[in-house]
Design a protein around this ligand. Sequence first.
Ligand code: UT7
Length: 319
Amino acid sequence: MAYSRIVGTGSYLPAQALSNQELESRIDTSDEWIFSRTGIRSRHVAAPDEKTSDLALNAARQALDAAGIEASEIDLIVVATTTPDMMFPSTAALLQHKLGIKGCAALDVQAVCTGFVYALAIADKFVSSGQCKCALVVGAEVFSRLLDWSDRRTCVLFGDGAGAVVLKRSDTPGILSTHLHADGSQSGILNVPGSVHNGEIHGRAFVYMDGPAVFKFAVKVLDEVCREALDANGLKGSDLDWLVPHQANIRIIQATADKLGLPRERIVTTVERQGNTSAASVPLALDAAVRDGRIQRGHKVMLEAVGGGMTWGAALLVF
Ligand code: UT7
C-alpha cells in the first residue's frame, strides 16, 4: 500500500509581535481577561507590505530545506488561506511564481481554520494515488486584515503566520487517514459577511463570531472527529504520541485532549505566543514540535481543526 508522508516542515511568523498589554492601551480589555479565557499572551501581525504569499514563501522554503528538496521537484501546491493576496489568481499560483517554478498544479483551499487539514487531505489523495510525487501544502494567513481593531470580542484572538509541509510518496505510513466535515447551516456563528459587487465591498468585511456558540460547537465536533480518526485506524487516544490541534483557545484544546484521555504533556500548543492564525495554526504548531525535537520519526500524531463554515476535520499520521 502506498502512502504520502511528511518529509519536511517549515513555518514563518511576521517580525512584529503584539502583546495583550499593547492591546490594553488601545481597547477596553485586559491581559487577565484574554489569557484566562483563551491562553493568548501575544500574536504576530504582518507588516503592511507583507502578503499571504510572502508568508507562505518563507514557510515553504523552510519546509523544502528541511526535506532536502528543490522547488523544481514539486508537482502540486495546495495553499489553505482565508486571506488570499487577490480575489484571483490563487495564492498557490502566486506562491508557485515566487518559488521560481511553473507548470505544476496549484490551487487554494478555503475552509477557514480547518483549511490546512482540508489541504493536507487533498494533497494526500494525489500523492498516495501516485498522481503526484511531491506536494507542497501550506496554511498561510494575514487574518489581522479581517479584524475590526475596535471590536474586543474578536481582535484579541487572531494573529498572522504561515506553516508548510512537503509530502512525498512512501511505502511506509505516512498519513493514515483524513476526515473532513462541514455544516453550512452554522454559517451564521462565524463569518466575514462582506462581498464584492460592482468593484465595491458590500456588507462588513470584518470577522463576526458568536464566541460561546463556536466554543460549544468546537468542543463537540473536535471530540467526534478525533474519535472517528482513531476508530478508522483501530487506535485509542492513549496510543497517540502527539495531539497537534488548531490553536484557537487553550480551553478547547485541553477539553479535546481530556476527552481523548491524552495527558497534557502530549499536546502541542503555540496559542500563547501566536493566537489563532486560522489555517496556519496547525502547520505552525507541527513545525514547532518537529524543530524542537518533540515529534520524532515514527510518532503517531493527530492533527485537528474547526473553523468557519462551519468546517472541521482531523488527520491521523505517522510522522
Ligand atoms: O478558529 C475558529 C474557532 N474559534 C474558536 O474556537 C473560538 C471559540 N470561542 C472562544 O474561544 C470564546 O467564546 C471567546 C474567547 C471568544 C470568548 O470567551 P467567553 O468566555 O465565551 O466570553 P463571552 O463571549 O461569553 O463574553 C463574556 C464577557 C462579555 O461581557 P458581558 O456581556 O458578560 O458583560 C464580553 O463583552 O466578556 C466580555 N468580553 C471581553 N472583556 C474583556 C469579550 N471580549 C472581551 C475582551 N476583553 N477582549
